[in-house]
Design a protein around this ligand. Structure first.
Ligand code: SF4
Length: 248
């Protein structure tokens, strides 16, 4: 899938791989898993392989798509691209050679800015020195509860121009969070019929820490039955900060 995105902090999505397996509590209500089931039923070619029902689902088996690698070359105007909205690039079954090809495409198209987000922070750290890191690649990890804080330590060791955290869905307080070496934090609550509530104190704590440490902060949404149900102001303020990018 390569189209305009409704995600507030990006403009387009690009999925050189599709499919995934659940790894932590933030995956419990994975929107991509639900969407893949629908796309399979609609006959979408990229979503015909079924994953393990214990961790994945219909149409959501990890699949690489070499034919999707050319897509960014066709985008004429510069855009901000969320890589793998329907997968996780650092999933163990994505061959390192393919990850390298994705990075080569990103380096080859410096007019675009790429946001790569993973929950496989350990593999990211382990392979980071075998990848080239162009200045237009922003690398992030998901942090839903304090249990996932070790992912931030892994990310800190990655030589990306911008390192960011996606604290969404935020499912607990992030006591002990260190923002050393982190440039941007996105926070948000869960949406959908099974959404889990977010305590305002958890978000305020992260915002305060970002303000104190001069880290860009983006508050995406409170969540609820629909993404926009609870709005996106925090104590009356809209937080839309983006990281300052390092010149190429
Ligand atoms: S890592 Fe992301 S794409 Fe994979 S199951 Fe979890 S939430 Fe879904």
């Amino acid at each position: 899938m390569a189209d305009r995105s409704s995600i507030e902090w990006t403009e387009a999505t690009w999925n050189p791989t599709t499919g995934c397996d659940r790894v932590s509590s933030g995956c419990d209500n994975c929107y991509a898993l639900t969407l893949a089931k629908r796309l399979k039923a609609m006959g979408a070619a990229k979503y015909q392989n079924d994953g393990d029902p214990r961790t994945s689902g219909p149409g959501f088996d990890l699949t690489v798509h070499p034919d999707a690698l050319d897509i960014p070359y066709g985008w004429k105007s510069p855009r901000t691209v969320f890589v793998n909205s329907m997968s996780d690039l650092f999933h163990a079954r994505v061959p390192l050679d393919f990850v390298r090809r994705v990075f080569e495409v990103m380096a080859d198209t410096p007019q675009h800015t790429y946001q790569v987000l993973t929950k496989r922070a350990r593999r990211l750290r382990q392979v980071a020195d075998r990848l080239d890191w162009p200045a237009n690649v922003w690398m992030g990890v998901s942090v839903e509860t304090a249990k996932e804080l070790p992912r931030v330590d892994d990310l800190r060791q990655v030589p990306a121009a911008v390192r960011f955290l996606s604290c969404e869905p935020l499912l607990g307080p992030l006591d002990g969070l260190s923002l050393d070496g982190i440039h941007w934090v996105i926070a948000g609550g869960e949406s959908g019929p099974k959404h889990r509530p977010m305590d305002p104190a958890w978000v305020s704590q992260i915002r305060d820490q970002c303000v104190q440490e001069n880290v860009a902060f983006f508050f995406k949404q409170w969540g609820g039955h629909t993404p926009k149900a609870g709005g996106r102001t925090l104590e009356g303020v809209t937080w839309d900060q983006m990281p300052r990018t390092v010149p190429a």
